[in-house]
Write a protein that binds this ligand. Sequence first.
Ligand code: 4NP
Length: 164
Amino acid sequence: MKLLFVCLGNICRSPMAEGAMRAQIAASGLAGRVEVDSAGTAGWHAGRPPDQRAIECAARHGVDIAGLRARQLQEADFLRFDRILCADADNLRATAERCAAPVPTPGQLAMWLPWAGIEYMKSIPDPYYGGPEDFEQTWALVEEAARLSVRRLVRAAESGIIGA
Ligand code: 4NP
């Protein structure tokens, strides 16, 4: 199972999602069976590491995302990833527009929080124009979504939907 996390710049929310997911997958027994990557609908920060505030926030929670590099979403991502999970509705719209061809398969493209089973929020608010406390709130949400996502993936693996 290959999962791609998408936000706008690929320097705040989606690298935090990628880092939180990698950490939870490593702890889950799914290591080697689930691949995780992230991308931005915009290419402004392509090639750059995550925002320093995101790096510091993840590090405070024991996750190192300093080695990640931003990239822009490509049409080929729709051939490569089973699930493309977006941080907010704007990202979902921009992602759908970008993949006019190839057309997403049913269920391939979704908002991440609802997909994870979070019901009290649909979108991950963008912390880019906020302060460290906004990054902390983002991390809390991302970590909960990662925990629920990994639980969902473990259940899928147990029922044979994800192969060994
Ligand atoms: P992200 O946050 O989509 O969570 O990576 C942003 C990063 C950069 C910008 C906006 C949001 N920007 O305007 O450059």
